[in-house]
Design a protein. Structure first.
Length: 342
């Protein structure tokens, strides 16, 4: 739970296996608390902060109108955001990206997600991405998205867990985390463990070098996710070496690579920030729709209305030829730019 910009209460559960399991946890939390609304940060592609288009690692979310269902369940407003977008927003506001114009946030956990954080004219922007689904074409593993060759299928924490279980399944109990087993083996100097980390680090290094070569503005790489946080001590040197060898911009040769200052609550904080932004925008649009200047077909627009860089002139239309819609559009062009500037 986030109160006044701080994570005050954190409850952890295994990833729900169904919407019913998720909703039972959520309903209990909301009923026991006085909350303004719900912001959900989840892995996957999210449309319009309402619907999950695809979530390769939590497949029951695919195509789910999650915000609408949650609002019906809780009777409170809900917004949905990609978890890495939420983390990046939090890093721009409260974390390691406060002092840079542009940086990337990469999460290596079950999957591999990433976003670009950008600050222009004192405003923060998050550009979502899916680096884990860049097809590297160097392996035959099937990704959770259904494709073959995704970086996530070979170099994420989930991929490492799968590969360890395939190799040492008999030695691992059902309750033992394969990545914890990998760390213990690496600590003892086991050659296979160090080689696996080196292979994964090389793949991550190539991915980050490619991201840097596409955007010279990037000044920092921030990593998060359980696998990255716990395994970076084995991978950092190889990642840095790979980046130096394959980046083209001189200032990227020794780019700053650091752990998220907000892990593991960055997604919670970013989702709360997004909730307030979406709610404010929703409230403003609601007020605009309630005024006759926006949607009333009975009020004619000004003959010429300035919209900033250019102007919009009213053109005559035949009766019944969408005249009212044209008037409404002109009025929206007049008011929406001011709304966005706010």
């Amino acid at each position: 739970m986030v109160i006044d910009g701080q994570a005050r209460s954190i409850e952890e559960y295994p990833t729900p296996a169904s919407y019913e399991e998720f909703s039972s946890h959520l309903k209990r939390i909301v009923q026991s608390s006085c909350v303004q609304g719900t912001a959900i940060a989840t892995a996957g592609i999210v449309n319009n902060h309402r619907t999950v288009i695809q979530s390769p690692n939590v497949q029951w979310l695919n195509g789910l109108h999650l915000a609408h269902l949650t609002e019906q369940l809780t009777y409170r407003r809900c917004w949905v955001v990609n978890d890495l977008e939420a983390v990046t927003m939090a890093e721009l506001r409260f974390g390691a990206l406060r002092d840079v114009q542009c940086g990337i946030v990469e999460s290596l956990s079950t999957g591999w997600g990433g976003c670009t954080g950008l600050r222009l004219n004192d405003r923060d922007y998050v550009i979502p991405g899916e680096p884990g689904h860049v097809n590297v074409g160097t392996h035959s593993y099937v990704c959770g998205c259904g494709q073959i060759g995704c970086a996530e299928a070979a170099f994420s924490g989930g991929a490492v867990r799968r590969r360890i279980r395939e190799r040492f399944g008999i030695r691992l109990s059902d309750s033992e985390d394969p990545c914890s087993f990998l760390d213990r083996e690496a600590d003892t100097g086991a050659e296979w463990a160090l080689q696996l980390y080196d292979e994964v680090a090389t793949g991550i290094g190539y991915g980050w070098a490619n991201a840097l070569n596409r955007n010279s503005w990037i000044k920092k790489i921030i990593y998060t996710g359980t696998f990255a946080v716990r395994g970076m001590r084995y991978m950092r040197l190889r990642i840095e070496k790979t980046i130096r060898e394959h980046t083209k911009f001189p200032h990227h040769k020794e780019i700053s690579i650091g752990r998220s200052l907000l892990w593991p609550v960055g997604a919670h904080l970013g989702a709360a920030v997004l909730f307030m932004q979406c709610q404010q925008c929703h409230d403003r649009l609601t007020r605009l729709r309630s005024t006759k200047h926006v949607l009333s077909p009975d009020v004619a627009p000004d003959p010429k209305i300035s919209t900033g860089a250019r102007s919009v002139k009213r053109t005559s239309r035949k009766k019944g030829d969408g005249q009212n819609n044209g008037r409404n559009l002109v009025h929206l062009r007049r008011w929406v730019p001011a709304l966005l500037r706010d």
